[in-house]
Design a protein around this ligand. Structure first.
Ligand code: PMP
Length: 397
């Protein structure tokens, strides 16, 4: 009856959100969503920040500037500086979650048919956004050290792809692989971007959730050391995983010419991100609450990650292969007995445990044996029980 925009003619929704209906199943243990643990939200700190924010009614009840409240931009610039990636508040655009930032960037940069490089396996919403934008998506493989930059170089230098507009990567504690891009690869990637003039989209919602090892500088920070690369990095981050996704506070740092256009795009999307939650976030950050609370989250996730990995080793043994991540929220694994992870998921759902089958993270060359397990939301005892149920589902008992 209707004539839709061709990109929305037969849209497929998020494969992860499709699984949400099973969450209502009584007793379900979910390793599926990328949800932070609700019991680790800093309720006290956020309530206090909200009380202070509400005293500034003109700031938080009125429309705000499209690029974000100045008080929040100042706090986010300071947060970036503490992370070792100094940036000026003017170089930063506040977005409604970092998810919106990527959408704005695509509107500004990518015309239908433009080549966009994406690490694979990839965050599904990125694949979805690129599909709706009708980009020509070319995938680049990853391994346990993140994006295979040598494979990317070979692709570019052999002229196997048309010049790409941008490359999307989650270099630190990736979703879904948990992998972190090595320093050597970071430098090599920046050199490639400077030589081939494509934007590196550095998506960094998980970098602060490190359990072990030392932090690596972001691509944006390192770009100062690689001549000609600084302008080619767009950096996204978010308070979703370290404070609360309900705030919907994310931000992007990019060249002024890009940012200016993203602001125009954002004007037509939502005029501005909620000044109410921006003011709460600004108060929260200014009070030092993040620095006080974050170690609790990191410590708890470290324990949960260890519990999951130990339980997989103990209960599933050789039936599953995975690398222990040094941070983030995800364990990426492969079933080694020739099972299709989607079939295993069905058997698991019957036993009240679920995960995301790897197929959700691929555009092509799907690894049917792969799956993503998130350890952030379930409790320690649930993690143990969940893995035992997976063992039953895999008929290993
Ligand atoms: N990027 C990645 C890699 C993510 O995993 C997520 C959330 N799952 C996002 C972006 C979106 O986060 P936000 O809540 O800031 O929109």
């Amino acid at each position: 009856m209707f004539t839709f925009n061709p990109a929305f003619e037969a849209p497929t929704g998020s494969p992860i959100r499709e699984l949400f209906k099973y969450l209502a199943q009584p007793g379900m243990i979910s390793f599926a969503g990328g949800y932070p643990a609700s019991d680790l939200f800093d309720r006290e700190g956020l309530d206090a920040a909200a009380a202070r924010a509400s005293q500034q009614s003109t700031l938080c009840l009125q429309y705000g500037p499209t690029d974000g409240l100045a008080v929040l931009k100042e706090q986010l610039a300071q947060l970036m500086t503490r992370r070792g990636t100094p940036c000026a508040p003017q170089a930063l655009l506040v977005t409604t979650g970092s998810q919106q930032g990527f959408d704005l960037l695509l509107r500004v940069m990518v015309a239908p048919g433009d080549v966009v490089l994406v690490e694979q396996p990839a965050y599904p919403a990125t694949l979805q956004a690129l599909k709706l934008q009708q980009a020509d998506v070319v995938t680049v493989p990853v391994d346990q050290n993140g994006l295979d930059v040598a494979a990317l170089a070979a692709l570019l230098e052999a002229g196997l792809v048309r010049p790409p507009k941008l490359l999307y990567t989650v270099p630190t504690f990736a979703n879904p692989t948990g992998a972190t891009l090595s320093l050597e690869r970071r430098m090599a990637l920046l050199k490639l971007a400077a030589r081939h003039h494509f934007l590196i989209v550095e998506d960094d919602p998980y970098g602060d959730l490190r359990f072990s090892g030392t932090a690596l500088p972001s691509l944006l920070a390192l770009s100062d050391q690689v001549p000609g690369s600084r302008d080619w990095v767009v950096h996204f981050s978010s308070l979703s995983k370290i404070v609360a996704p309900g705030l919907r506070v994310g931000w992007m740092v990019a060249h002024a010419e890009i940012l200016r256009r993203c602001v125009v795009a954002k004007q037509t999307v939502d005029l501005c991100s909620s000044p109410w939650t921006q003011a709460i976030a600004a108060e929260y950050l200014a009070s030092g609450a993040l620095e006080r609370h974050l170690p609790r989250i990191v410590d708890a996730y470290a324990v949960k990650c260890r519990t999951l990995c130990d339980a997989l080793d103990e209960h599933l043994g050789d039936a599953i292969a995975f690398h222990r991540p040094a941070g983030g929220m995800f364990v990426w694994a492969q079933l080694t007995g020739g099972e299709n992870a989607s079939d295993t998921l069905r058997a698991c759902i019957e036993r009240n445990v679920m995960f995301v089958p790897g197929v959700a993270f691929y555009k092509d060359n799907i690894d049917l044996a792969a799956l993503r397990l998130s350890f952030a939301a379930p409790g320690v005892a649930e993690i143990e029980t969940g893995v035992q149920r997976m063992k039953q589902a895999l008929a290993l008992v």
